[in-house]
Design a protein around this ligand. Sequence first.
Ligand code: GDP
Length: 448
Amino acid sequence: MLDNLTQRLAKVVKTMRGEARLTESNTAEMLREVRLALLEADVALPAVREFIAKVKEKALGEEVIGSLSPGQALVGVVQKELAALMGADLGPEASQLSFAQQPPAIILMAGLQGVGKTTTTGKLAKYLKEQKKKVLTVSADVYRPAAIAQLESVTKQVGADFFPSTANDKPVDIALAALDWAKKHYHDVLIIDTAGRLAIDEAMMQEIAAVHAAVKPIETLFVVDAMVGQDAINTAKAFNEALPLTGVILTKLDGDSRGGAALSVRHVTGKPIKFAGVSEKLDGLEAFDPARMANRVLGMGDILALVEEARKGVDMQAAADMANKIKSGGKFDMNDFKAQLTQMKKMGGMSGLLDKLPAQFQQAAAGANMDQAEKQVRRMCGIIDSMTPQERAKPELIKANRKRRIAAGAGVQVQEVNRMLTQYDQMNTMMKKLKGGGLMKMMRGMKG
Ligand code: GDP
Protein backbone atom coordinates (compact mmCIF):
# COMPACT_ATOMS: atom_id res chain seq x y z
CA MET A 1 0.00 0.00 0.00
CA LEU A 2 1.49 3.32 1.00
CA ASP A 3 4.98 2.22 0.03
CA ASN A 4 6.49 5.60 0.54
CA LEU A 5 5.09 5.85 4.02
CA THR A 6 6.76 2.59 4.89
CA GLN A 7 10.05 3.66 3.40
CA ARG A 8 10.02 7.09 4.93
CA LEU A 9 9.12 5.78 8.35
CA ALA A 10 11.75 3.07 8.16
CA LYS A 11 14.37 5.69 7.39
CA VAL A 12 13.42 7.78 10.37
CA VAL A 13 13.22 4.79 12.69
CA LYS A 14 16.77 4.03 11.68
CA THR A 15 18.08 7.53 12.21
CA MET A 16 16.32 7.79 15.55
CA ARG A 17 17.83 4.58 16.79
CA GLY A 18 20.54 6.24 18.85
CA GLU A 19 18.18 8.54 20.68
CA ALA A 20 16.67 7.81 24.01
CA ARG A 21 13.46 9.78 24.03
CA LEU A 22 10.77 11.21 21.83
CA THR A 23 11.43 14.92 21.78
CA GLU A 24 9.93 17.86 19.99
CA SER A 25 12.79 17.89 17.50
CA ASN A 26 13.20 14.20 16.65
CA THR A 27 9.43 13.83 16.47
CA ALA A 28 9.22 16.77 14.11
CA GLU A 29 11.57 15.08 11.67
CA MET A 30 9.54 11.91 11.64
CA LEU A 31 6.29 13.78 11.30
CA ARG A 32 7.64 15.63 8.30
CA GLU A 33 8.22 12.28 6.61
CA VAL A 34 4.77 11.02 7.57
CA ARG A 35 3.18 14.19 6.22
CA LEU A 36 5.00 13.88 2.89
CA ALA A 37 4.15 10.22 2.55
CA LEU A 38 0.47 10.83 3.21
CA LEU A 39 0.33 13.69 0.73
CA GLU A 40 2.08 11.53 -1.87
CA ALA A 41 -0.55 8.89 -1.26
CA ASP A 42 -3.29 11.35 -2.12
CA VAL A 43 -4.59 11.81 1.37
CA ALA A 44 -6.47 15.09 1.54
CA LEU A 45 -4.51 17.96 3.05
CA PRO A 46 -6.96 18.78 5.87
CA ALA A 47 -6.97 15.12 6.87
CA VAL A 48 -3.17 15.09 6.88
CA ARG A 49 -2.97 18.25 8.98
CA GLU A 50 -5.39 16.98 11.54
CA PHE A 51 -3.64 13.63 11.63
CA ILE A 52 -0.19 15.09 12.14
CA ALA A 53 -1.41 17.33 14.94
CA LYS A 54 -2.93 14.36 16.75
CA VAL A 55 0.14 12.17 16.36
CA LYS A 56 2.33 14.96 17.65
CA GLU A 57 0.19 15.49 20.71
CA LYS A 58 0.08 11.78 21.49
CA ALA A 59 3.76 11.17 20.75
CA LEU A 60 5.03 13.84 23.08
CA GLY A 61 2.72 12.67 25.80
CA GLU A 62 3.61 9.02 25.31
CA GLU A 63 5.97 7.17 27.59
CA VAL A 64 8.40 5.33 25.38
CA ILE A 65 8.02 1.78 26.59
CA GLY A 66 11.30 0.40 27.84
CA SER A 67 12.22 -1.90 25.04
CA LEU A 68 11.27 0.31 22.15
CA SER A 69 13.38 2.89 20.46
CA PRO A 70 11.72 6.28 20.09
CA GLY A 71 11.38 5.61 16.38
CA GLN A 72 9.52 2.38 17.01
CA ALA A 73 7.36 4.02 19.64
CA LEU A 74 6.44 6.73 17.19
CA VAL A 75 5.47 4.13 14.61
CA GLY A 76 3.18 2.73 17.29
CA VAL A 77 1.56 6.12 17.79
CA VAL A 78 1.17 6.59 14.04
CA GLN A 79 -0.51 3.19 13.79
CA LYS A 80 -2.97 3.99 16.56
CA GLU A 81 -3.86 7.31 15.02
CA LEU A 82 -4.18 5.85 11.54
CA ALA A 83 -6.62 3.33 12.95
CA ALA A 84 -8.49 6.12 14.68
CA LEU A 85 -8.58 8.13 11.47
CA MET A 86 -10.19 5.19 9.72
CA GLY A 87 -12.77 4.69 12.41
CA ALA A 88 -11.27 2.76 15.31
CA ASP A 89 -12.38 5.62 17.54
CA LEU A 90 -15.99 4.84 16.67
CA GLY A 91 -15.84 1.37 18.17
CA PRO A 92 -16.60 -1.96 16.54
CA GLU A 93 -20.35 -1.31 16.20
CA ALA A 94 -19.62 1.39 13.64
CA SER A 95 -19.01 -1.15 10.92
CA GLN A 96 -22.27 -2.95 11.53
CA LEU A 97 -25.35 -2.55 9.42
CA SER A 98 -28.53 -1.37 11.04
CA PHE A 99 -31.73 -3.33 10.57
CA ALA A 100 -33.78 -1.00 12.75
CA GLN A 101 -36.48 -0.55 10.16
CA GLN A 102 -39.82 -2.22 9.53
CA PRO A 103 -38.88 -5.21 7.37
CA PRO A 104 -37.47 -5.02 4.92
CA ALA A 105 -34.46 -3.06 6.08
CA ILE A 106 -33.53 -1.09 2.98
CA ILE A 107 -29.96 -0.63 1.82
CA LEU A 108 -29.32 1.92 -0.91
CA MET A 109 -26.08 1.57 -2.85
CA ALA A 110 -24.51 4.78 -4.18
CA GLY A 111 -21.36 5.47 -6.12
CA LEU A 112 -19.83 6.07 -9.53
CA GLN A 113 -19.80 3.59 -12.37
CA GLY A 114 -17.14 0.91 -12.31
CA VAL A 115 -16.34 1.20 -8.63
CA GLY A 116 -17.82 -2.24 -7.98
CA LYS A 117 -21.32 -1.30 -6.87
CA THR A 118 -23.13 -4.19 -8.50
CA THR A 119 -20.55 -6.74 -7.47
CA THR A 120 -20.69 -5.38 -3.94
CA THR A 121 -24.49 -5.62 -3.94
CA GLY A 122 -24.09 -9.32 -4.70
CA LYS A 123 -21.44 -9.67 -2.01
CA LEU A 124 -23.66 -7.96 0.54
CA ALA A 125 -26.58 -10.20 -0.40
CA LYS A 126 -24.35 -13.20 0.23
CA TYR A 127 -23.06 -11.77 3.50
CA LEU A 128 -26.60 -11.12 4.74
CA LYS A 129 -27.87 -14.47 3.58
CA GLU A 130 -25.17 -16.07 5.67
CA GLN A 131 -26.70 -14.20 8.59
CA LYS A 132 -29.96 -15.97 7.80
CA LYS A 133 -31.60 -12.92 6.28
CA LYS A 134 -34.04 -13.24 3.42
CA VAL A 135 -32.61 -10.85 0.86
CA LEU A 136 -34.11 -9.22 -2.24
CA THR A 137 -32.05 -7.18 -4.69
CA VAL A 138 -33.21 -4.76 -7.36
CA SER A 139 -31.44 -2.62 -9.93
CA ALA A 140 -32.57 0.95 -10.50
CA ASP A 141 -29.97 1.39 -13.23
CA VAL A 142 -32.27 2.02 -16.16
CA TYR A 143 -29.51 3.26 -18.44
CA ARG A 144 -27.59 0.08 -18.81
CA PRO A 145 -29.65 -3.06 -19.37
CA ALA A 146 -26.40 -4.96 -18.89
CA ALA A 147 -26.27 -3.65 -15.32
CA ILE A 148 -29.69 -5.14 -14.55
CA ALA A 149 -28.64 -8.48 -16.04
CA GLN A 150 -25.38 -8.37 -14.09
CA LEU A 151 -27.21 -7.85 -10.82
CA GLU A 152 -29.57 -10.69 -11.65
CA SER A 153 -26.61 -12.93 -12.32
CA VAL A 154 -24.73 -12.17 -9.10
CA THR A 155 -27.93 -12.37 -7.04
CA LYS A 156 -28.72 -15.81 -8.41
CA GLN A 157 -25.15 -16.93 -7.80
CA VAL A 158 -25.45 -16.17 -4.11
CA GLY A 159 -28.94 -17.66 -3.88
CA ALA A 160 -30.78 -14.45 -2.99
CA ASP A 161 -34.00 -13.19 -4.61
CA PHE A 162 -33.97 -10.78 -7.51
CA PHE A 163 -36.68 -8.28 -8.42
CA PRO A 164 -36.66 -7.73 -12.21
CA SER A 165 -36.75 -4.23 -13.65
CA THR A 166 -36.50 -2.83 -17.17
CA ALA A 167 -34.94 0.16 -18.83
CA ASN A 168 -38.41 1.58 -19.45
CA ASP A 169 -39.23 1.96 -15.76
CA LYS A 170 -38.45 4.97 -13.61
CA PRO A 171 -35.93 4.44 -10.79
CA VAL A 172 -38.32 5.61 -8.07
CA ASP A 173 -41.10 3.33 -9.38
CA ILE A 174 -38.71 0.39 -9.51
CA ALA A 175 -37.63 0.97 -5.93
CA LEU A 176 -41.21 1.28 -4.67
CA ALA A 177 -42.35 -1.82 -6.55
CA ALA A 178 -39.47 -3.84 -5.16
CA LEU A 179 -40.26 -2.57 -1.66
CA ASP A 180 -43.86 -3.61 -2.05
CA TRP A 181 -42.82 -7.05 -3.26
CA ALA A 182 -40.34 -7.45 -0.41
CA LYS A 183 -43.01 -6.62 2.16
CA LYS A 184 -45.45 -9.10 0.66
CA HIS A 185 -42.84 -11.84 0.55
CA TYR A 186 -41.39 -11.20 3.99
CA HIS A 187 -37.90 -10.25 2.96
CA ASP A 188 -35.70 -9.04 5.79
CA VAL A 189 -33.53 -6.90 3.56
CA LEU A 190 -33.95 -5.07 0.25
CA ILE A 191 -30.76 -3.91 -1.45
CA ILE A 192 -31.23 -1.28 -4.15
CA ASP A 193 -28.43 -0.94 -6.68
CA THR A 194 -28.45 2.39 -8.49
CA ALA A 195 -27.09 3.88 -11.69
CA GLY A 196 -23.56 5.21 -11.61
CA ARG A 197 -21.95 7.69 -13.94
CA LEU A 198 -18.36 8.12 -14.89
CA ALA A 199 -18.26 11.39 -12.99
CA ILE A 200 -20.43 13.41 -10.67
CA ASP A 201 -23.52 14.44 -12.53
CA GLU A 202 -26.37 16.59 -11.26
CA ALA A 203 -29.11 14.46 -12.83
CA MET A 204 -27.73 11.30 -11.28
CA MET A 205 -27.57 12.94 -7.86
CA GLN A 206 -31.17 14.11 -8.15
CA GLU A 207 -32.28 10.70 -9.24
CA ILE A 208 -30.67 8.85 -6.36
CA ALA A 209 -31.88 11.51 -3.92
CA ALA A 210 -35.41 10.92 -5.20
CA VAL A 211 -35.08 7.17 -4.68
CA HIS A 212 -33.76 7.86 -1.21
CA ALA A 213 -36.71 10.13 -0.39
CA ALA A 214 -39.18 7.57 -1.71
CA VAL A 215 -37.99 4.52 0.23
CA LYS A 216 -36.13 6.08 3.19
CA PRO A 217 -33.41 3.45 3.50
CA ILE A 218 -31.93 2.66 6.89
CA GLU A 219 -28.52 2.33 5.25
CA THR A 220 -27.17 4.44 2.40
CA LEU A 221 -23.78 3.07 1.51
CA PHE A 222 -21.30 4.95 -0.61
CA VAL A 223 -19.19 2.55 -2.63
CA VAL A 224 -15.73 3.82 -3.52
CA ASP A 225 -12.82 2.30 -5.35
CA ALA A 226 -9.70 2.27 -3.16
CA MET A 227 -7.54 2.49 -6.27
CA VAL A 228 -8.54 6.07 -7.03
CA GLY A 229 -6.86 8.91 -5.27
CA GLN A 230 -7.93 12.53 -4.97
CA ASP A 231 -10.97 11.97 -7.17
CA ALA A 232 -12.42 9.73 -4.50
CA ILE A 233 -12.40 12.65 -2.13
CA ASN A 234 -14.38 14.89 -4.46
CA THR A 235 -16.85 12.13 -5.22
CA ALA A 236 -17.28 11.32 -1.56
CA LYS A 237 -17.92 14.98 -0.82
CA ALA A 238 -20.54 15.27 -3.54
CA PHE A 239 -22.40 12.11 -2.52
CA ASN A 240 -22.22 13.07 1.13
CA GLU A 241 -23.82 16.41 0.37
CA ALA A 242 -26.55 14.95 -1.83
CA LEU A 243 -27.45 12.02 0.42
CA PRO A 244 -27.44 11.28 4.12
CA LEU A 245 -24.85 8.53 3.85
CA THR A 246 -24.64 6.03 6.68
CA GLY A 247 -21.44 4.33 5.69
CA VAL A 248 -18.79 3.63 3.10
CA ILE A 249 -17.66 0.48 1.33
CA LEU A 250 -14.11 0.51 0.00
CA THR A 251 -13.66 -1.83 -2.94
CA LYS A 252 -10.61 -3.30 -4.66
CA LEU A 253 -8.49 -3.26 -1.56
CA ASP A 254 -6.84 -6.36 -2.97
CA GLY A 255 -5.39 -4.25 -5.74
CA ASP A 256 -2.13 -2.43 -5.79
CA SER A 257 -3.63 0.68 -4.34
CA ARG A 258 -1.93 3.60 -2.68
CA GLY A 259 -4.64 3.63 -0.09
CA GLY A 260 -5.07 7.37 0.11
CA ALA A 261 -8.80 7.00 -0.42
CA ALA A 262 -9.14 4.81 2.63
CA LEU A 263 -7.59 7.50 4.74
CA SER A 264 -9.46 10.49 3.35
CA VAL A 265 -12.94 9.15 2.81
CA ARG A 266 -13.75 8.80 6.46
CA HIS A 267 -12.39 12.26 7.12
CA VAL A 268 -14.37 13.81 4.28
CA THR A 269 -17.69 12.12 4.96
CA GLY A 270 -17.42 11.61 8.70
CA LYS A 271 -19.08 8.24 8.04
CA PRO A 272 -17.63 4.89 9.03
CA ILE A 273 -16.12 2.55 6.49
CA LYS A 274 -18.24 -0.54 7.02
CA PHE A 275 -16.90 -3.06 4.54
CA ALA A 276 -13.92 -3.70 2.35
CA GLY A 277 -14.01 -5.46 -1.01
CA VAL A 278 -11.01 -7.73 -1.29
CA SER A 279 -11.57 -9.70 -4.48
CA GLU A 280 -13.67 -9.92 -7.59
CA LYS A 281 -15.36 -13.00 -6.21
CA LEU A 282 -18.63 -12.80 -4.35
CA ASP A 283 -17.11 -13.93 -1.08
CA GLY A 284 -14.59 -11.11 -1.26
CA LEU A 285 -16.22 -8.79 1.26
CA GLU A 286 -14.94 -8.21 4.76
CA ALA A 287 -16.11 -6.16 7.69
CA PHE A 288 -13.76 -3.21 7.73
CA ASP A 289 -11.18 -3.39 10.48
CA PRO A 290 -9.46 -0.01 11.02
CA ALA A 291 -6.58 -1.39 13.08
CA ARG A 292 -5.75 -4.04 10.52
CA MET A 293 -6.03 -1.50 7.74
CA ALA A 294 -3.67 0.81 9.62
CA ASN A 295 -1.14 -2.01 9.87
CA ARG A 296 -1.48 -2.63 6.19
CA VAL A 297 -1.13 1.01 5.28
CA LEU A 298 2.00 1.22 7.39
CA GLY A 299 3.44 -1.96 5.97
CA MET A 300 5.69 -2.31 9.00
CA GLY A 301 4.55 -5.59 10.45
CA ASP A 302 7.96 -6.05 12.00
CA ILE A 303 7.99 -2.95 14.13
CA LEU A 304 4.28 -3.13 14.91
CA ALA A 305 4.71 -6.62 16.31
CA LEU A 306 7.43 -5.32 18.57
CA VAL A 307 5.26 -2.42 19.64
CA GLU A 308 2.45 -4.82 20.36
CA GLU A 309 4.70 -6.99 22.47
CA ALA A 310 6.15 -4.07 24.30
CA ARG A 311 2.64 -2.87 25.05
CA LYS A 312 1.96 -6.25 26.52
CA GLY A 313 5.01 -5.64 28.68
CA VAL A 314 7.13 -8.61 27.72
CA ASP A 315 9.55 -8.60 30.63
CA MET A 316 10.53 -5.05 29.97
CA GLN A 317 10.34 -4.44 33.67
CA ALA A 318 12.95 -7.13 34.13
CA ALA A 319 15.18 -5.45 31.59
CA ALA A 320 14.75 -2.11 33.31
CA ASP A 321 15.49 -3.67 36.70
CA MET A 322 18.63 -5.24 35.32
CA ALA A 323 19.75 -1.96 33.84
CA ASN A 324 19.23 -0.22 37.16
CA LYS A 325 21.06 -2.91 39.02
CA ILE A 326 24.13 -2.60 36.82
CA LYS A 327 23.99 1.15 36.82
CA SER A 328 24.11 1.21 40.58
CA GLY A 329 27.24 -0.93 40.54
CA GLY A 330 25.48 -4.29 40.73
CA LYS A 331 26.93 -7.30 39.02
CA PHE A 332 25.66 -8.93 35.85
CA ASP A 333 25.47 -12.53 37.02
CA MET A 334 24.32 -15.81 35.54
CA ASN A 335 20.73 -15.12 36.62
CA ASP A 336 20.76 -11.94 34.57
CA PHE A 337 22.34 -13.75 31.68
CA LYS A 338 19.62 -16.35 31.79
CA ALA A 339 16.93 -13.68 32.10
CA GLN A 340 18.24 -12.22 28.88
CA LEU A 341 18.24 -15.54 27.12
CA THR A 342 14.74 -16.25 28.37
CA GLN A 343 13.59 -12.93 27.14
CA MET A 344 14.76 -13.82 23.67
CA LYS A 345 12.85 -17.05 23.94
CA LYS A 346 9.73 -15.31 25.20
CA MET A 347 9.74 -13.04 22.23
CA GLY A 348 8.70 -16.02 20.20
CA GLY A 349 12.06 -17.70 20.02
CA MET A 350 14.68 -16.92 17.46
CA SER A 351 12.60 -17.96 14.50
CA GLY A 352 9.60 -16.06 15.84
CA LEU A 353 11.81 -13.04 16.19
CA LEU A 354 13.01 -13.52 12.68
CA ASP A 355 9.45 -13.37 11.38
CA LYS A 356 9.14 -9.92 12.78
CA LEU A 357 12.13 -8.54 11.02
CA PRO A 358 11.79 -6.73 7.71
CA ALA A 359 12.12 -8.84 4.61
CA GLN A 360 15.63 -7.73 3.78
CA PHE A 361 16.87 -8.89 7.19
CA GLN A 362 15.01 -12.12 6.86
CA GLN A 363 16.82 -12.78 3.63
CA ALA A 364 20.14 -11.96 5.18
CA ALA A 365 19.42 -14.21 8.11
CA ALA A 366 18.13 -17.03 5.96
CA GLY A 367 21.66 -18.35 5.73
CA ALA A 368 21.89 -18.77 9.49
CA ASN A 369 20.21 -21.81 10.85
CA MET A 370 17.59 -20.40 13.16
CA ASP A 371 16.37 -23.66 14.54
CA GLN A 372 19.94 -24.34 15.50
CA ALA A 373 20.23 -20.97 17.20
CA GLU A 374 17.05 -21.59 19.13
CA LYS A 375 18.23 -24.98 20.27
CA GLN A 376 21.43 -23.33 21.36
CA VAL A 377 19.57 -20.88 23.58
CA ARG A 378 17.61 -23.72 25.12
CA ARG A 379 20.79 -25.63 25.88
CA MET A 380 22.40 -22.58 27.41
CA CYS A 381 19.40 -22.15 29.69
CA GLY A 382 19.71 -25.85 30.59
CA ILE A 383 23.33 -25.34 31.58
CA ILE A 384 22.50 -22.37 33.79
CA ASP A 385 19.71 -24.40 35.39
CA SER A 386 22.25 -27.03 36.38
CA MET A 387 24.25 -24.52 38.39
CA THR A 388 23.78 -24.00 42.11
CA PRO A 389 22.43 -20.60 43.21
CA GLN A 390 25.85 -19.79 44.49
CA GLU A 391 27.46 -20.54 41.14
CA ARG A 392 24.88 -18.45 39.36
CA ALA A 393 25.60 -15.47 41.56
CA LYS A 394 29.36 -15.94 41.33
CA PRO A 395 30.25 -17.62 38.05
CA GLU A 396 33.96 -17.22 38.77
CA LEU A 397 33.57 -20.11 41.23
CA ILE A 398 33.02 -22.47 38.34
CA LYS A 399 36.23 -24.44 37.89
CA ALA A 400 36.96 -27.85 36.34
CA ASN A 401 35.08 -29.98 38.87
CA ARG A 402 32.02 -27.88 38.89
CA LYS A 403 32.09 -27.68 35.10
CA ARG A 404 31.99 -31.46 34.88
CA ARG A 405 29.08 -31.65 37.30
CA ILE A 406 27.14 -28.93 35.49
CA ALA A 407 27.77 -30.54 32.09
CA ALA A 408 26.53 -33.89 33.38
CA GLY A 409 23.46 -32.25 34.90
CA ALA A 410 22.59 -30.50 31.65
CA GLY A 411 23.44 -33.51 29.51
CA VAL A 412 26.09 -31.66 27.49
CA GLN A 413 29.84 -31.82 26.97
CA VAL A 414 32.18 -29.82 29.18
CA GLN A 415 33.26 -27.81 26.11
CA GLU A 416 29.77 -26.51 25.80
CA VAL A 417 29.82 -25.28 29.37
CA ASN A 418 33.12 -23.57 28.62
CA ARG A 419 31.67 -21.96 25.53
CA MET A 420 28.75 -20.66 27.50
CA LEU A 421 30.98 -19.26 30.21
CA THR A 422 32.99 -17.45 27.55
CA GLN A 423 29.81 -15.95 26.13
CA TYR A 424 28.82 -14.90 29.60
CA ASP A 425 32.22 -13.27 30.11
CA GLN A 426 31.90 -11.36 26.88
CA MET A 427 28.45 -10.19 27.84
CA ASN A 428 29.68 -9.25 31.27
CA THR A 429 32.50 -7.15 29.83
CA MET A 430 30.05 -5.44 27.53
CA MET A 431 27.72 -4.75 30.41
CA LYS A 432 30.49 -3.09 32.37
CA LYS A 433 31.25 -0.92 29.38
CA LEU A 434 27.67 -0.04 28.71
CA LYS A 435 26.84 0.66 32.33
CA GLY A 436 23.17 0.19 32.31
CA GLY A 437 22.08 3.04 30.07
CA GLY A 438 23.53 1.13 27.19
CA LEU A 439 21.91 -2.07 28.28
CA MET A 440 18.47 -0.89 27.33
CA LYS A 441 19.89 0.30 24.08
CA MET A 442 21.40 -3.09 23.43
CA MET A 443 18.16 -4.86 24.19
CA ARG A 444 16.45 -2.54 21.76
CA GLY A 445 19.03 -3.39 19.19
CA MET A 446 18.27 -7.03 19.84
CA LYS A 447 14.59 -6.40 19.24
CA GLY A 448 14.66 -4.18 16.23
P1 GDP B 1 -20.34 -0.97 -10.96
O1 GDP B 1 -20.27 -0.33 -12.28
O2 GDP B 1 -20.00 -0.01 -9.85
O3 GDP B 1 -21.57 -1.72 -10.68
O4 GDP B 1 -19.08 -1.99 -10.92
P2 GDP B 1 -19.05 -3.57 -11.08
O5 GDP B 1 -19.70 -4.23 -9.94
O6 GDP B 1 -19.52 -3.93 -12.45
O7 GDP B 1 -17.49 -3.81 -10.95
C1 GDP B 1 -16.55 -3.24 -11.83
C2 GDP B 1 -15.30 -4.13 -11.87
O8 GDP B 1 -14.66 -4.13 -10.62
C3 GDP B 1 -15.65 -5.58 -12.14
O9 GDP B 1 -14.68 -6.10 -13.02
C4 GDP B 1 -15.54 -6.26 -10.80
O10 GDP B 1 -15.20 -7.60 -10.89
C5 GDP B 1 -14.46 -5.45 -10.15
N1 GDP B 1 -14.52 -5.45 -8.69
C6 GDP B 1 -15.54 -5.11 -7.87
N2 GDP B 1 -15.19 -5.21 -6.59
C7 GDP B 1 -13.91 -5.63 -6.56
C8 GDP B 1 -12.96 -5.93 -5.51
O11 GDP B 1 -13.21 -5.80 -4.31
N3 GDP B 1 -11.73 -6.36 -5.91
C9 GDP B 1 -11.40 -6.47 -7.22
N4 GDP B 1 -10.18 -6.91 -7.52
N5 GDP B 1 -12.25 -6.21 -8.20
C10 GDP B 1 -13.49 -5.79 -7.89
